[in-house]
Design a protein around this ligand. Structure first.
Ligand SMILES: C[S@@+](CC[C@H](N)C(=O)[O-])C[C@H]1O[C@@H](n2cnc3c(N)ncnc32)[C@H](O)[C@@H]1O
Length: 268
């Protein structure tokens, strides 16, 4: 695949899909207590948002309809939310007006951020850059724009998801090993876009190369089993196996002084 091919495909996919995410986006904007991922695991279990956000400058990477950013703005954070799809951002902008809540919306690619080095305290992605961007690119960019000690939390598919995705392409996930665990990286889902994942050891290696410290790793689980389907997975499957992963990372290894000296905008 050409290096930018996934961007074109994902841009088209998400603009095509945007109308289907309006109802879910409205419900999530209306919710004041966050729930996360395809199983709606409560914030009290995952603790994806810092306790006190009142002095924080925060960035959401791949914000979709913008509800995670709305939750952060309501907690007093100064929020910037970025997304590749202009149509998803149209919904976010409309919901800002409906809820009387303003924060910065930026249209662009999270693999190349238009922000200064060391300019945010906290970054987050829930199924945004977390799965739709090349890990080698967006994780370097997130590191660059965070202040020393800043944290990145992201939630996306577990590497088990592609392993148990039927080779036929027919979902939901099955209880069989259908694809390579170790060779996963680029997942081309045809009309449904291109996403990315790594084996756990691959994530660890990449974090170490960039300078991230791993603070925690979680595997969100639905509260109950059942045959109800959520996107690509049933509750039964998600209750038995990890369908999602959460990484909590901190930017270490860069002193504040170095950060202040090196204010080169987007070094690549
Ligand atoms: C599933 S939504 C995530 C938002 C929300 N948390 C949710 O789960 O609905 C995925 C979003 O990632 C965005 N996206 C895909 N590739 C991207 C990229 N390279 N840069 C920024 N956003 C991207 C899509 O446009 C889409 O709005």
């Amino acid at each position: 695949m050409e290096s930018d091919e996934h961007l074109r495909r994902n841009y088209e996919y998400w603009n095509r899909q945007a109308d289907l995410w309006v109802v879910g986006g409205e419900a999530s904007w209306a919710r004041h207590e966050p729930t996360w991922g395809i199983f709606g695991v409560p914030e009290s279990t995952l603790r994806l948002l810092p306790g006190d956000m009142r002095t924080m400058k925060t960035l959401e990477l791949g914000c979709g309809t913008g509800y995670v950013s709305a939750w952060m703005a309501r907690r007093g954070a100064k929020v910037t939310a970025m997304d590749l799809s202009d149509r998803q951002l149209d919904t976010a902008r409309r919901l800002q007006r409906v809820h009387g809540l303003q924060f910065e919306l930026v249209n662009g690619n999270c693999e190349s951020l238009p922000f200064e080095d060391c300019s945010f305290d906290f970054a987050i992605s829930e199924y945004g850059a977390a799965i739709w961007c090349r890990p080698e690119l967006w994780l370097r960019e997130a590191y660059r724009v965070l202040k020393p000690g800043g944290m990145l939390h992201f939630l996306g598919c577990s590497p088990w998801v592609s392993v148990c995705s039927p080779a036929s392409g027919e979902l939901p996930l099955v209880e069989r090993l259908e694809r390579s665990y170790f060779d996963q990286h680029v997942h081309d889902w045809g009309d449904e876009g291109v996403d990315f994942n790594l084996p756990i050891s691959g994530w660890f290696r990449l974090f170490r190369e960039i300078g991230w410290e791993v603070l925690d790793y979680l595997e969100p689980r639905p509260a109950t089993s059942g045959d109800e389907r959520r996107h690509h997975v049933t509750l039964d499957w998600g209750y038995r196996y990890p369908a999602e992963q959460v990484w909590k990372l901190a930017k270490r290894g860069v002193s504040g002084t170095l950060c202040a000296q090196k204010s080169k905008h987007n070094p690549r």
